[in-house]
Design a protein around this ligand. Structure first.
Ligand SMILES: Nc1ncnc2c1ncn2[C@@H]1O[C@H](COP(=O)(O)OP(=O)(O)OP(=O)(O)O)[C@@H](O)[C@H]1O
Ligand SMILES: [Mg+2]
Length: 237
């Protein structure tokens, strides 16, 4: 049994097949990369895994259990957390309150939710910013708070959708450190990212898709040297 897998995952929006027959497996403790050019279907894969979109056909299995028909909040309770590519903080709330809302996934007690949120914010090195209003955060801190919100749900599998986009080089390398720390604390990760340096640095294995279809799978070096991958990103010339 694999820790996580998709089998022939397919998602069509009318005539547009955004994800087409995608099969991959992730083992516990891995950092698994999902890459592909803009519009290739990466976020749609995450939306299908987390029940945000109903899948057209195929299956999503977590620890051997099929998740296909579950609602988003039930999938979260099963232990799959995610970040969103377009972060939408609760702008009028503080950083702490934003993370507390996620912690209520596991408790209905406000003190426990607060303790969990503080623990996670300290882990993400945002402990000094817990009282900041979310609307005033820099993009770097907004992305970090998005990771903290996902972690507050206590995921065993965390899906990260472009958490490094728009960050400075220093913020990116801090982000890489944070993601490693998350993995080392016992959370398996699937990461979508365009910044190749980040992907090559972090991932144990990769899947590359184009037009919703697998074009390569393997170690970062294998995928980066694959001719179809190079053409998908750079064109035939
Ligand atoms: N809700 C939707 N309705 C219709 N089409 C959609 C919907 N969501 C995504 N698509 C289409 O599915 C395709 C894949 O989009 P998706 O957002 O998954 O790509 P992506 O790989 O995440 O791209 P990017 O790297 O730009 O974030 C695109 O053609 C997109 O326009
Ligand atoms: Mg996307």
């Amino acid at each position: 049994m694999h820790f996580f897998e998709t089998r022939h995952l397919t998602k069509a929006f009318g005539g547009l097949v955004a994800v087409n027959d995608v099969t991959f497996q992730v083992e516990e403790g891995e950092i698994y990369g999902l890459i592909g050019p803009n519009g290739s279907g990466k976020t749609t894969v995450f939306n299908c895994i987390t029940g945000y979109y109903p899948i057209t056909s195929g299956a999503v299995l977590f620890k051997g259990k099929e998740l296909n028909s579950l609602q988003t909040w039930k999938i979260c309770k099963e232990g799959i957390g995610r970040t969103f590519q377009i972060v939408k903080p609760l702008r009028r709330m503080t950083v702490l309150e934003n993370v507390m809302t996620a912690a209520f996934c596991r408790t209905s007690n406000a003190h426990e939710a607060r303790d969990k949120a503080i623990e996670v914010l300290n882990f993400c090195e945002m402990g000094k910013k817990i009282d900041y209003p979310a609307k005033g955060l820099t993009i770097g801190d907004r992305k970090r708070m998005e990771i903290a919100r996902a972690l507050a749900t206590d995921p065993k599998l965390l899906l990260l959708d472009e958490t490094m986009a728009g960050l400075t080089p220093q913020e990116q390398s801090d982000g890489v450190e944070l993601i490693r720390k998350v993995r080392d604390s016992g959370t398996t990760i699937i990461i979508v990212e365009h910044i190749m340096q980040v992907i090559m640095n972090l991932c144990d294995r990769l899947l590359c898709i184009n037009y919703g279809t697998e074009i390569a799978k393997g170690t970062p070096a294998e995928v980066a040297n694959n001719q179809d991958v190079i053409e998908a990103y750079l064109g035939k010339e």
